[in-house]
Design a protein around this ligand. Structure first.
Ligand code: SF4
Length: 107
């Protein structure tokens, strides 16, 4: 193989590798989100939107004051679409979500 072919092959491999890494990073980010279908989250009554919490099952839940963005275990920044929840090992939840482990921020 001549030097030009080696260089071209190397460049193509680098480009292909970068594409694979970007796709893997995107897939990883998706996997880190807590979903309502997650068996453990489901057992905790987790909802992506606090307005959809089962009021009959969780009578003390209050959609007006209880949501992930107002929970001690949420560490997303204001305006973030998703933020880490320490209760779920740092996996991401919606700031509008809720689960029965909600702990109100201290005033
Ligand atoms: S522990 Fe708090 S931040 Fe985490 S999912 Fe439950 S309500 Fe949301």
């Amino acid at each position: 193989m001549n030097p030009n072919e080696n260089r071209r092959s190397f460049v193509l491999k680098v480009i292909a590798g970068a594409g694979v890494m970007a796709a893997a990073a995107q897939a990883g980010a998706e996997e880190e989100k807590v979903t309502e279908a997650d068996p453990y989250a489901k057992s905790m009554g987790f909802k992506l939107d606090t307005k959809n919490v089962d009021a009959a099952r969780y009578p003390r839940h209050d959609a007006a004051t209880q949501q992930c963005s107002k929970c001690q275990l949420y560490s997303g920044k204001p305006g973030d679409a998703w933020g880490p929840c320490s209760f779920y090992g740092g996996r991401f939840v919606s700031p509008n979500g809720w689960c029965r482990n909600f702990k109100a921020l201290k005033a």
